[in-house]
Design a protein around this ligand. Sequence first.
Ligand code: FES
Length: 85
Amino acid sequence: MFRQGRDAQPDDEVTITAYRDGPFLVRGPVRVQDQDGNEIVLERKTVALCRCGKSRMRPLCDGTHKLIRFRAPSGLEAGRRAEDA
Ligand code: FES
């Protein structure tokens, strides 16, 4: 079965989208838990995970990335090559 619309994907598939200057949006059937296995109850089907590190409700995004003008590309950064280390 597929969802309708622009973000159509199989119901059992998980997609993580890195948003430019923002969070990771996780779409699909996921369970978020802490390292002790305690479930973090989600109120929505789409989960926004903080990647700026400044959210007051980590690991979830609360929009603080906009206030601090967090910058990160949507795509893969070039990073450092092992031979540069
Ligand atoms: S990415 Fe949104 S608060 Fe950190």
